[in-house]
Ligand binder design. Sequence first.
Ligand code: GLN
Length: 381
Amino acid sequence: MSAILSKLPQTGTTIFTVMSALAQQVGAINLSQGFPDFNTSPELIKLVNAAMKKGHNQYAPMAGVAQLREQIAAKTEKLYGAAYDPDTEITITAGGTQAIFTAITAVVNPNDEVIIFEPAFDCYAPAIKLMGGVVKSLELEPPDYRIPWNMVKRLINNRTRMIILNTPHNPTATILRKEDIDELSAIVKNQDILILSDEVYEHLIFDGETHQSMARYAHLREKSFVVASFGKPFHATGWKVGYCMAPAYLMNEFRKVHQFLVFSVNAPIQYAIAEYLKNESTYLSLPAFFQEKRDHFRTGLEQTRFKLLPCSGSYFQSVTYNDITDEKDSDFSLRLTKDFGVAVIPTSAFYNRGTDHHVLRFCFAKRQETLDKAVERLLRV
Ligand code: GLN
């Protein structure tokens, strides 16, 4: 056998796959990988079924089904006041991760620097590295995980190609606020820097806060790939359908890659979602729906020895555990899963250097009885 030179020598299997497999193996309640344990809406399933029966079972257009792109454009205009052209500025992808990979592949060249904020979702850095780019990470700290913009400024140089943002943020459940947008705007002004904005949790935002989409701001929109997903809002992470919006000059490059990576995405589901989106309550109801789960879970956790961190968006709740143990978060996660029957994600997995602030992430996109059962077990810790 000839030796191969790994392109990602430091990369193992993602923490989500590892923890979900362990949860299954030991029969733990799985609050690790982010996905709901309740079903997507029967109406949406009916629409998928109808699309299949109608014969929408062949290749969708490369950029996505036109009706779906039109619905996305209308929704984006209504929510964020941004007019994306569905023909040239929106592409349907096989989930958020594919959109992120495609955007990075389309514009990051060897030695280009890309700024990411850690803890970071695990797919950003490998994609940058595969393109020969250089990851410039800034570590954020609990409890607030605010972006230190003065330090971002210091990282900028003429090789800086892109800044990757994620709001609401996975895993920390923080959100960007208007003051962050102002700082970001000042930093990228007159600079040849693109933005990749991972907004897959856009509709999971609480306490009446505003989702600060890059789409809202013309001067940022013109530099940005905005990535969104239908898996999170419609409780269907297994369908792997999402999308990317970007100005035509960027989308043109994005599609050159997209067409050879997946060519086009699952057709019947696109037709179904296009119909489903016509009813705006399908997504406008989500903040209240998930906020109730958040509040219920937080109330339960308050009875335990875990300490809650703030949660402004996403379906993740982080906790610290300094009153319980000084174990590493990775060790404690394994022990919680095996000995107490609740699987979680150690936040150190989101830091390139494995920085461990003793923070664990729970997913609360679960039925109330699942959350209650998990809290019951966590009370014994
Ligand atoms: N976004 C999900 C999470 O953070 C998992 C996605 C994945 O498994 N790649 O848990």
